[in-house]
Design a protein around this ligand. Structure first.
Ligand SMILES: Nc1nc2c(ncn2[C@@H]2O[C@H](COP(=O)(O)OP(=O)(O)OP(=O)(O)O)[C@@H](O)[C@H]2O)c(=O)[nH]1
Ligand SMILES: [Mg+2]
Length: 257
């Protein structure tokens, strides 16, 4: 069973076109959960008006916590499907690719599949050069922490329980990044190329404050990684000196003739 989680904040004009595209998908997700954080533009009413024609549910968070990531986690908790897919409401992500995101999971080849702008075949049509450079730079900074090319994309699929296990209290705007950082090297990740379209309706919620919060989160994760790498290197050198005592006594001998 497939549960689709869609976080919304003032996306009224995107709801019907998005659901129309999802309805054309094969298979149509068994559960489509919108998680709304206090939209004031009629988004909730629009979603409610469409619940009879599709398996749509609405979670209304009136005192939202932990931002966009918190909304996705709330959706995952309410979902009942084994497989979870997360997609933005603004039609930037192609719902037609949901099936391709699920394939590596169903075949047991991956623990997480990301709709990626930055693998061969992926693209960001219509973006001005400055935005391409900024987005690429952010992805490149995140790469050493995640090992994937587009860890900041909001379009991904994974087992629902694994998401709740890895990032039960994730916060901020970039939940895929949080999952990847928590999952570490053991997480098998596949990236599927997508064309990321700019939103046609509604207003972006990305802001300077959001970018600043992410930078702080990145710095914290980077510092933790560097600390861990250093600890591992020290442990390794201690172990190798215990494993080859002859060598270490040679070193000791040569140091103190
Ligand atoms: N529930 C909830 N949804 C949010 C929140 N912030 C953003 N969203 C939704 O999350 C998705 C991504 O937000 P966008 O504003 O499109 O952010 P973006 O894709 O990084 O920026 P653009 O490329 O400019 O669209 C959209 O579906 C938003 O409606 C939030 O605080 N709560
Ligand atoms: Mg968007």
């Amino acid at each position: 069973m497939i549960s689709l989680v869609i976080p919304t904040l003032n996306e009224v004009d995107n709801i019907a076109p998005l659901l129309a595209r999802i309805a054309q998908c094969s298979p149509v997700p068994n559960q489509i959960i919108f998680v709304d954080d206090g939209s004031t533009d009629g988004t909730r009413e629009r979603i409610r008006s469409l619940t009879s024609s599709m398996p749509v549910e609405l979670i209304e968070r009136d005192a939202p916590s932990l931002g966009l990531a918190g909304a996705v986690i709330a959706g995952a908790r309410a979902a009942t499907g084994e497989w979870l897919v997360v997609i933005d409401a603004d039609l930037s992500h192609p719902p037609e690719k949901i099936i391709e995101l699920l394939e590596p999971l169903l075949e047991g080849r991956a623990d997480m599949v990301i709709g990626s702008r930055y693998v061969k075949g992926g693209s960001t049509p219509g973006w001005p050069v400055w935005r391409k450079i900024l987005s690429r730079a952010a992805a490149a900074f995140a790469y050493p922490l995640t090992g994937v090319h587009d860890s900041m994309c909001g379009f991904f699929a994974m087992p629902r329980k694994l998401l709740l296990e890895l990032a039960p209290s994730a916060t901020g705007f970039k939940i895929a990044f949080e999952v990847l950082v928590q999952g570490g090297r053991n997480l098998r990740v596949v990236e599927i190329p997508i064309a990321f379209r700019d939103r046609c309706r509604g207003v972006s919620k990305m802001s300077f404050g959001v970018a600043l919060l992410f930078t702080m989160r990145w710095l914290a994760a980077m510092a933790k990684k560097l600390f861990r790498d250093q600890e591992t290197a020290e442990r390794f050198s201690r172990q190798s000196s215990i494993a080859s005592p002859a060598k270490s006594s040679e070193v000791a001998n040569s140091a103190f003739p």
